[in-house]
Design a protein around this ligand. Structure first.
Ligand code: TRP
Length: 474
């Protein structure tokens, strides 16, 4: 194993970086709108089950496989087995990293753009008092129109995508400790602080309880088979699982850092932050009497005017989009790091070259996604009665197919190829001196059989069933 591989300076740094990867657009942009469309609390419930039953074991395995082999996804499988099949599973992860970043970078760009627009006071013109006819009807209609006008402009959308990817590249060029770690250590506390301000602000609004009960009182009638697929896909997406991102971050851990406690903490932080983001957003939406089922535009159409209408709204709107941008950046770096680590380990090229080369490829891959909103908007593909653009396809393909697929194979690998006993033996290596959960979890008698049964049977079977359902076979 290479001795010159960089390592996190401490386990806490790893946890912050991994939480930075997990907490992203998935928590703040995606979770609220899919929860909004799928019965609020009912969706939350199914999603939590997916996190606990499938997400947590797979998160443990990914980090562990990284820590044990000290390799990128392709190299990690190769280090454990000679069967070439597994190398391709790793390669699927590298492919997924392109696919995800190609649409992630576009939305990351919107977040930066909206932070800027909030800063210069653009959203003020959506409030009723300052309504300007240029954007159509006042309030969310005008904000939706503003969004439309901007995204229809290929230069705007490509420009901000370029800016987002450049920030990601800049951080990655500095390496693991001075890049990934420093960025997460600096940005994550700011993120938490902003989120707390927005939650408190949301809870003090009139009718805040309507927003809160939407998140916590289930509407089971909204649940369909599709909901399970969405919840599972989202559990993978939000925990950054199924394509080797956590594996790559785990490969910068030292063997003395234990995996189980770190996984619990990362999953816990990710879930709490998603729920907080839900509270911050739905309290505002409900207190203004708006529809929570606005879809992907929820954050970009509905929030700018609603936030600006509040007292001190200028600041809240700016803080919200800054929060979104920070979350997107600390996740974006983890997505690209997978393919960078792959090139550095397997092709032995310098980190700098690897970053620039991979970012160049992602840059090109993102162009069809960016142009899906303007030049290429008529190029759609019909799938399950919906016309999907390149952007929609990248999102759907990654979250609902590639990631669960990756998770499925990872469970099979851990259960049957690496061997569950070997996995558990490795899991027990490391100082379990965490102040958070203690080491009781690992030592308790129930842990081994429960972990082993979940990894060998429950994860693969459940993922497979959801998968068959999604392609319409059951
Ligand atoms: N988890 C991030 C979010 O919720 C997105 C993300 C970062 C991701 N790294 C990943 C998703 C790796 C899948 C795989 O926004």
């Amino acid at each position: 194993m290479e001795n010159n591989r960089e390592q996190w300076s401490s386990k806490a740094s790893f946890i912050l970086a991994a939480a930075g990867s997990a907490v992203g657009l998935g928590n703040i942009w995606k979770f609220p709108y899919i929860a909004g469309e799928n019965g609020g609390a009912a969706f939350l419930f199914i999603y939590l089950i997916c996190i606990i039953v499938i997400g947590l074991p797979i998160l443990n395995i990914e980090i562990l496989l990284g820590r044990t082999t000290k390799k990128n996804p392709v190299g990690a499988f190769k280090a454990i087995t000679n069967n070439p099949f597994w190398k391709y599973v790793g390669a699927l992860g590298v492919l997924a990293s392109f696919t995800i970043l190609s649409f992630y970078s576009v939305v990351g760009g919107w977040s930066l753009a909206y932070t800027f627009e909030a800063f210069v006071g653009t959203f003020d013109s959506f409030t009723v008092k300052n309504w300007s006819p240029e954007y159509g009807m006042p309030n969310p209609e005008s904000a939706a129109r503003f969004f439309d006008i901007q995204t229809k402009n290929p230069f705007w959308i490509l420009g901000y995508h370029t800016l987002f990817l450049s920030i990601v590249v800049f951080i990655l060029l500095s390496g693991v400790r001075s890049g990934l770690e420093k960025a997460s250590k600096f940005l994550m506390p700011i993120l938490l602080f902003i989120l707390l301000i927005l939650v408190i602000q949301g809870l003090t609004l009139p009718d805040a309880n309507k927003g809160v009960s939407f998140l916590f009182q289930p509407d089971w009638s909204k649940i369909s088979g599709q909901t399970f697929l969405l919840a599972l896909g989202h559990a993978f997406f939000t925990l950054s699982l199924g394509m080797g991102a956590m594996m790559t971050y785990g490969s910068y851990l030292s063997d003395k850092d234990d995996v189980v406690n770190a996984s619990y903490l990362v999953a816990f932080l990710d879930t709490v932050i998603a729920i907080f983001a839900g509270v911050a957003i739905f309290t505002v939406v409900f207190s203004s009497g708006y529809d929570p089922t606005a879809g992907p535009g929820l954050v970009f159409h509905v929030l700018p005017p609603l936030l600006s209408n509040l007292v001190g709204g200028y600041y809240f709107a700016f803080l919200f989009f800054l929060l979104l941008s920070i979350a997107a950046i600390t996740s974006g770096i983890s997505i690209l790091e997978v393919s960078v680590a792959f090139l550095v380990d397997e092709r032995k090229i310098s980190r700098k070259k690897a970053v620039l080369f991979m970012a160049g490829l992602v840059y090109l891959a993102a162009i069809p996604c960016a142009l899906s909103f303007n030049v290429l908007s008529d190029y759609t593909f019909n799938f399950q009665d919906k016309a999907l653009t390149f952007f929609d396809i990248a999102d759907y393909l990654a979250s609902n197919l590639l990631l669960p697929f990756g998770g499925f194979f990872l469970a099979i690998f851990a259960g049957y190829v690496w061997g569950i006993d070997e996995v558990i033996r490795n899991l027990l290596i490391g100082e379990s001196n965490s102040i958070y959960f203690g080491n009781g979890v690992v030592k308790s008698k129930g842990f081994k059989p429960a972990f082993s049964f979940t990894v060998k049977y429950i994860c693969p079977v459940l993922i497979f069933l959801v998968f068959l359902y999604s392609i319409g076979w059951i």
